[in-house]
Design a protein around this ligand. Structure first.
Ligand SMILES: *Cc1c(COP(=O)(O)O)cnc(C)c1O
Length: 414
């Protein structure tokens, strides 16, 4: 009798040809048109260099490590106190939110935490996601065996909550009562946000139905509209139902340095099958101490420097720059009579394709006629078809040039 050793859930995930197809199309276009100045508004990665305050702190930390007195070996799995305290104070207390340092877990980024959090939940849990969606939420649940079977681009055990122009990109509450709900606001890919009262409806729903909300706020630093929460814990009761994931990636350009954190409040408890009540914070602590040995000391020193007055000013200026880029793109799309969402409290502008164009076709038009690279919305889920995503992660000069080209789209379409 043969024994099979592989987690065959991995084989269920279809190869995503879209992103390699996009890259190949762009490469081919550039080869055929060597003089075209192609501007990429497709990248989901920051482009500005690390802030000087952060770099200096990391240099100091490196030097410190090479002294007898300043050497650090393994750090605490949960992260150094100096960073957790800075986070609790600046990201939460100063905004009137009660999160204590021992509810904060430092990691090497939000993606791994968003993926690993599944370890503390049953493989039977039912999952809900907004659609379009950051693919990590879905694919990690497929790997864990929670997603069921794929039929017509949807996993049958996953509830998809469409976010489209029709509902103003505000998802309706689930109908099938999931156990885990992934929310990401400000949203990637749509760039849209929820107001405090809109987010409250989700917290109330989770409280009533005993679900856990996995709240990805990787883009919180881009929020400037009054009444738009940066943290789900601004909603009363959220400490009982929500885990929040944050990152220094988009906020301070750490995509290459790697640092993020996850908040699991003490009030978040769920019953086990024998009726006993369990703290999710304790379970996540156990998970991290068993499987993770902490983020690098140097990087954590760099992350803590984000909260110094200089660090705040320098990283704040970078965010402002990206936000100005987003505003330029938003304005250009409006001038071209394109329907747009997002772009105000997020680095992403979500553009409705003109009448008669699917995501891929509009991608081709933008590439071939305007020499602009976007990301076809269909890559983010079924409800992303008919849209493309533009990102603000570029230089002001390139973004201005792209905005000018976009403004002239009408003359091509008509
Ligand atoms: C970029 C991004 C993250 C951050 O990932 P890191 O692993 O911290 O770099 C998390 N969630 C979403 C939706 C993102 O776009």
């Amino acid at each position: 009798m043969e024994s099979f050793k592989l987690n065959e859930n991995f084989f269920k995930i279809p190869e995503s040809y879209l992103f390699s197809e996009v890259a190949a199309r762009v490469a081919k276009f550039k080869e055929a048109n060597p003089d075209a100045r192609v501007i990429s508004l497709g990248i989901g990665d920051v482009t500005r260099p690390i802030a000087p305050a952060v770099t200096e702190a990391m240099h100091e930390a490196v030097s410190e490590l090479s002294t007898e007195a300043g050497f650090h070996g393994y750090g605490p799995e949960q992260g150094y106190g100096f960073l957790r305290e800075a986070i609790a104070r600046h990201d939460y207390a100063e905004r009137g939110v009660d999160i204590s340092p021992d509810e904060i877990f430092i990691s090497d980024g939000a993606k791994s935490d968003l993926a690993n959090i599944g370890d503390i939940f049953s493989p039977q849990c039912r999952v809900a996601v907004t659609d379009p969606v950051y693919p990590v939420y879905v694919d990690t649940n497929v790997m864990a065996g929670r997603a069921g079977r794929l039929s017509s681009s949807r996993w049958d055990r996953v509830e998809y909550l469409p976010c489209t122009e029709e509902n103003g990109f505000i998802p309706a509450l689930p109908s099938r009562c999931p156990d885990l709900i992934y929310l990401c606001y400000p949203n990637n890919p749509t760039g849209t946000v929820l107001t405090l009262s809109e987010l409250s409806a989700w917290v109330d729903y989770a409280l009533e139905n005993q679900c856990v909300i996995l709240f990805d706020s990787a883009y919180e630093a881009f929020v400037s509209t009054p009444g738009v929460p940066r943290s789900i814990y601004e909603v009363p009761g959220a400490r009982k139902v929500a885990i929040e994931f944050r990152s220094f990636s988009k906020r301070a350009g750490f995509t290459g340095l790697r640092c993020g954190y996850t908040v699991v409040p003490r009030d978040l408890t769920l019953p086990a099958s024998d009726g006993s009540l369990h703290s999710l914070r304790k379970m996540w602590l156990r998970r991290q101490t068993t499987k993770f040995n902490g983020a690098s000391y140097v990087i954590q020193r760099g992350a803590a420097a984000v909260y110094t007055p200089r660090g705040l000013a320098e990283t704040g200026a970078q965010i402002d720059g990206y936000k100005r880029n987003a505003a330029l793109l938003l304005e250009a799309c409006r001038r071209a009579d394109l329907e747009v969402a997002g772009g105000k409290d997020a680095p992403y502008v979500w553009v409705r394709c003109p009448e008669g164009y699917a995501s891929r076709e509009f991608f081709s038009l933008l590439l071939e006629r305007l020499h602009i690279v976007c990301t076809p919305g269909c890559g983010f889920g079924p409800a992303g078809e008919g849209y493309v995503r533009l990102t603000a992660f570029n230089t002001p000069e390139a973004t201005r040039e792209a905005a000018e080209r976009l403004s002239g789209l009408n003359s091509i379409l008509n």
